[in-house]
Design a binder for this molecule. Sequence first.
Ligand SMILES: [Zn+2]
Length: 456
Amino acid sequence: MKKHFTFIAVLGAGAALSLASFVSLSTTQAASEAPLLTESTPSGAPTPVQLAYYMEDSTAESAQLSITYERELTVGDGDTLMAMLTDAGADRRDAHAAITEMSKVFKPRYLKPGHKIILTLRPSPDPEGAAELISMKLIENVERDVLVSKADEGYVSETIEHPLTLEVAAAESIIENSLFLAGESAGVPPGVLANLIQVYSFDVDFQRDIRTGDGFSVLYEQYMDEAGELVRSGNILRASMTLSGKEKILYRFETAKGTIDYFDPDGKSVRRTLMRTPINGARLSSNYGNRKHPILGYTKLHTGTDFAAPRGTPIYAAGNGTVNYAGKKGGYGNYVRIRHNGTYQTAYAHMSGFARGIRKGKRVTQGQVIGYVGTTGRSTGNHLHYEVIRNGKFINSRRMHLPSGKALKGDDLAVFSAMLEETDAQYASLVGGTVLFASTGDAAAAGNCQSAEAPC
Ligand SMILES: [Zn+2]
């Protein structure tokens, strides 16, 4: 699918439009959007001559026939399309017929709050009468509109596609304060930053491992609409994080069997048995400054790692496994424990609540949401307390050494190596140079735990 798109460098260059599709689209739109002044005649659509005639002729007789107007509606919670149309003044039979026709291409039950609908209406000659529904356009999403318009024999529906252009962009930044601020100032969309964190969540403890002077770079896809506006971010193709002077580069790659994953330059998968950041990293309070004010600090008695995050932040299963505890557990508050294999278990405490279906005996997969950040049990603020248990003993999740993931072999490795060079070249051409980072600073552990002796 990627091959159908043109790659466009966006750093320093303006966004380009797919001209061909733009032209053909505007033609469709011009044809499908009724002119404001029309006259319904027995023969159907007005000719340009007729239009000109009625625009000049302003006798009372023709004026009352010809005016149409638009109404823009926004779907709200619990709204039904029928009620929206009749509330907007549309004739009930017209509304019913138009909805029936629309169902052929879009089922009204898929309408969501926020959807926009543009109606073209013609007032009834009778001041008390309902308006004639000339057309109804639903903006389904950035890529598609559904248009239902009145024709000679009832209504007809069509879809109007707005093709998006895929661009590849690159950015790099040195982290002065937080990864988020650095990303923002480098113009990286928030969705891309969130993905970046997810990609590195196997390796990096995002609340503690990031220090001033660390850096990152990212080569990513973004989808632009016809006006050149960013509508959606795509995949990260290449990323690097430089932490304390050590650079870790990762590449997105699809194997011949269709598995998509991120690999280091040697072709080793980034995926590991357990994640170091088993939480939606995009919501972590990751300012390095926060770590300078530990309430508790890190002690041998603290049996886990705390991640401060807003209440409700999703917590992920750090690895595949089976839930062997889900419920209240003393100072831990709402607590889940997962058995991953004969060696490892992980536990998650102080949750505000459990994800649907999470109970003892439930099988979970890595990255699945199991619950939400809270401050239940012995805790002074919203945080996740994350424990890794190896052979029955608590270990420091930050220092655990897990075997690296699967390595690419044979043809996959050959294809990967070739792709790696191309990707590096593409990145270098977009970002314009090599990346070097300095590292400074020293991190202290943050904590929201009240007591060193308690399992908080
Ligand atoms: Zn804790």
